[in-house]
Design a protein around this ligand. Structure first.
Ligand code: SAM
Length: 264
């Protein structure tokens, strides 16, 4: 893993980019955001606000005739990149970062194709953003279906992966686990549920980037902050059977329910 500036042995690039605005989305954590706009599980709206004082109102004229727009932006919450990354698919194979859409890139540029809702002044509303809240936006361009849609194009390693086929497992939460979850303050609980449905629905098995352990009986446990979620996996679904606290908390002899008042 390298840290910026990554080109320390070369002259610094003579390149300065200035964000044109930021995008507001419901996603504060990387795990809650969809991998791509088209794979969003819950429909939502993103609001791009362009900066005042640069005639961006004029720059946006005529955009509203397009159904989709490309948003270029900066993955501002990343500070590192890796030449090889492990995509979040059931295949456990590292891929060259340029053959992926990973945010961990030498120039952390994001590119999202989003449905355009409307343009008002310097505000653009889009459907199903995959950016985190507050992400700096660098450019906006119309999507040109006649030039940019190649439905039969080869899709490399991703063609055989779960993500490409869109197959996901349904994630069910048992009544017991639900009762325990309800003890967690609502905003945290919603984030955790969204993370569980997102991660386990896509790939419920142990992975280098996730804290999942298989148990002797074949079931699994995933650690999310200080909570542990026990679940089983079938071909089509994931069933979360119960929630416990981490071992450290269990040693204190305190159950999730008893501590609910102090949880953040
Ligand atoms: C797989 S990337 C794809 C982004 C874009 N559609 C692309 O292909 O370049 C989407 C993920 O990037 C992460 N992400 C979004 N905004 C980010 C930001 N500002 N900084 C760091 N990571 C971000 C989130 O975890 C999101 O699920």
């Amino acid at each position: 893993m390298e840290t910026f500036p990554y080109l320390s042995c070369m002259p610094p690039p003579n390149l300065t980019l200035h964000p044109i605005g930021t995008v507001a989305t419901p996603y504060s954590s990387k795990y809650s955001a969809p991998r791509q706009p088209a794979t969003a599980r819950k429909k939502c709206i993103g609001v791009i606000k362009l900066n005042p004082g640069s005639n961006f109102e004029q720059a946006l004229e005529d955009l509203d005739g397009f159904e989709y727009v490309w948003i270029l932006y900066w993955f501002d919450r990343n500070t590192t990149w890796k030449p090889k990354v492990l995509p979040p698919t059931e295949q456990r194979i590292k891929r060259g970062v340029f053959a992926t859409r990973s945010p961990h890139r030498p120039n952390p540029l994001g590119l999202s194709l989003c449905k355009l809702i409307d343009v008002r002044g310097r505000t653009i509303r889009i459907e199903d953003p995959d950016m985190l809240d507050g992400t700096p936006v660098l450019d906006i361009k119309p999507y040109l279906p006649h030039a940019e849609a190649f439905l039969e194009a080869r899709a490399g390693w991703i063609a055989s992966s779960h993500e490409r086929s869109g197959q996901r497992r349904a994630v069910a939460i048992s009544a017991d686990a639900r009762v325990a979850l309800e003890q967690i303050p609502e905003s945290t609980r919603l984030q955790i549920e969204s993370y569980l449905v997102g991660v386990l629905g896509q790939d419920p098995f142990p992975h280098a980037y996730r804290r999942i352990k298989q148990q002797p009986d074949g079931s699994y446990v995933i650690a999310v902050r200080r909570w542990r979620f026990h679940y089983s996996v079938s071909a089509t679904g994931v069933s979360i059977t119960r929630m416990t606290r981490s071992i450290a908390n269990a040693r204190e002899g305190v159950s999730a329910g008893q501590r609910s008042g102090r949880q953040k």
